[in-house]
Structures are given as structure tokens and as C-alpha cells.
Design a protein around this ligand. Structure first.
Ligand SMILES: NC(=O)c1ccc[n+]([C@@H]2O[C@H](COP(=O)([O-])OP(=O)(O)OC[C@H]3O[C@@H](n4cnc5c(N)ncnc54)[C@H](OP(=O)(O)O)[C@@H]3O)[C@@H](O)[C@H]2O)c1
Length: 241
């Protein structure tokens, strides 16, 4: 009997390891689930949001073009923080944060496309013409929701964290959900998982619509940009539909 119990305990432990490594989609959406998250980009936004997720108890692998800097960042955060290459982070995360200059998105789609297919991707990246050039003009005309989906085919994209300053994101936990974060997406499960992660940073998620319909407003300089209460986000979003 004792050996059967030990076997079951061992099997339970093994099952936990399997779940952490390869969570089925529905499990990711459970409230309080501790997730494995990979960041593609660990600059102002990636480090602020990823840092908040480490504090919330998630395991986060930071990646960028500078592995040494990411190792330092991970060491400074402690807990479940680590560093890797973009490919390692994309493989590690059940959920990915894509937070890079917009002009880097086509390359990420080409280089990591096999790992992005079917993954939940939270996309903070904005087309900024002065930084990203002509491709940003085209992406803005098309709408950033559609453009990101084209650059990262098969990814279950949720746009979020697009038009609040990175410095404010790092302090958002103190606002305890008083600020609404407009999000847009097409995949209900991805939206649910992203909503939990938006809350973990300190914002109240407000789903404003699909990538095609509302993704174009989730960039700086639109009526939805900046900080307002969740109800105000809903009111502004309603005027755009
Ligand atoms: N800053 C804000 O307040 C803010 C707010 C909302 C949304 N956004 C948007 O969010 C995105 C990130 O903004 P940010 O301010 O965090 O920019 P950032 O500080 O310049 O950081 C960009 C990060 O992307 C990495 N990166 C660049 N090319 C890459 C590639 N091919 N593969 C992997 N990583 C790559 C950079 O790595 P290296 O450092 O090694 O080059 C860096 O870690 C942008 O699209 C921005 O428009 C910014």
C-alpha cells in the first residue's frame, strides 16, 4: 500500500512537471494559474511587464538581442526569472509577450514562426513611423491588429499595453485595477489568459473588440490611448464602433 501511495505521489509530481512544461490551453486560463511566459523583447515595456509577472509568481524567460543584459535583468528580479535567446524564450513560454520595435515583427515571424503557431501572444508592439519607417505607415493604414496577425501567422494574438507609458506600467500594481487596459483579440481563450495577466500587472482589462475592428485603435495617439477608468475605456470604445 505504502509503495502504491509513493507511486501515486511520484506520478502526481510527474504530472505537475508535465503540466508546467506543456499546459493544455484551458489550464492556462484558470484563475491563479502560474504560467511559463517568454518575452521577445526585454526593453522598457518587456522588463516592466515581465518584472510584474515575476512578482506575481509566474516563470518568465526574458529575451532580446543581448543575452548578457537579459541575464543581468533576470538575476536582478530573482524568483522565477531567467534569460534565453528569442528562440529559447519562444519555446519556453506557454504565453509570449512580444514587445519589440514594430519593424522587428516580420523577422520574428520568419525566424520563430514554427514556435509561434497556436501560442497565445500578447502584443504591445506599435508601428511608429519615425522609428519603424514605411512598414509602420502600411501597418497603421491596415490597423495594427491585422498587421501583427499577418506578421505572426497562427499566433493567438491579443493586443494590450499599447498606449500607456512603460514607466507607469512598472508602478501599476499600486493602482489596483483602477485603470482600464483596453485589449483586442479574436480568440476567447487567449483573451481570458491575457486578461488574467493584465490584472497581474495591476490593470483592469477591458475587451474593446476584435483585432480587425479595434486593433487599429490600440496604438498611441488614438482616443483609447492613455489612462482612464475601466468604465471610461468602455464609453470611449463605444464611440469608435
Ligand atoms: N516605451 C513605452 O512607453 C511603450 C508603451 C507601450 C507600447 N510600446 C511599444 O512596445 C514595443 C517595445 O517598446 P520598448 O519601449 O520596450 O522598446 P525598447 O526599450 O527599445 O525595447 C525593445 C526590445 O526589443 C528587443 N528587440 C529588438 N529587435 C529584436 C528581435 N529581432 N528579437 C528579439 N528582441 C528584439 C530589444 O533588444 P536589444 O535591446 O538587445 O536591441 C529590446 O529588448 C514597441 O513597439 C513600442 O512602440 C512602448
Amino acid at each position: 500500500m505504502a509503495s502504491r501511495r509513493s507511486f501515486l505521489q511520484a506520478a502526481g509530481a510527474a504530472a505537475t512537471v508535465v503540466l508546467l512544461g506543456d499546459l493544455p490551453s484551458a489550464a492556462l486560463a484558470q484563475p491563479g494559474a502560474k504560467l511559463k511566459i517568454g518575452t521577445l523583447g526585454s526593453g522598457r515595456v518587456g522588463s516592466a511587464i515581465g518584472g510584474a509577472w515575476v512578482k506575481a509568481g509566474h516563470e518568465v524567460m526574458f529575451s532580446s538581442l543581448n543575452l548578457e543584459a537579459d541575464k543581468k535583468l533576470a538575476a536582478s528580479l530573482g524568483g522565477g526569472a531567467r534569460a534565453g535567446t528569442p528562440r529559447e524564450a519562444a519555446a519556453f513560454g506557454s504565453v509570449l509577450l512580444v514587445s519589440v520595435p514594430y519593424a522587428a515583427l516580420p523577422g520574428l515571424g520568419r525566424d520563430l514562426g514554427d514556435l509561434l503557431k497556436g501560442k497565445i501572444v500578447i502584443d504591445t508592439s506599435n508601428p511608429i513611423v519615425a522609428r519603424d519607417g514605411d512598414m509602420a505607415v502600411a501597418a497603421r493604414e491596415k490597423g495594427a491588429g491585422i498587421a501583427s496577425a499577418e506578421f505572426l501567422p497562427g499566433a493567438r494574438i491579443v493586443r494590450a499595453f499599447n498606449a500607456i507609458g512603460a514607466a507607469r506600467m512598472a508602478e501599476a500594481a499600486a493602482s489596483a485595477g483602477r485603470v482600464g487596459m483596453p485589449i483586442a483579440g479574436d480568440d476567447p481563450e487567449a483573451i481570458k489568459v491575457a486578461s488574467g495577466l493584465v490584472r497581474d500587472v495591476g490593470y483592469e482589462p477591458v475587451l474593446v473588440g476584435t483585432l480587425a475592428a479595434m486593433g487599429k485603435y490600440l496604438v498611441p495617439g488614438t482616443p483609447l490611448a492613455g489612462e482612464r477608468s475601466p468604465d471610461e475605456v468602455r464609453k470611449v470604445a463605444a464611440t469608435l464602433k
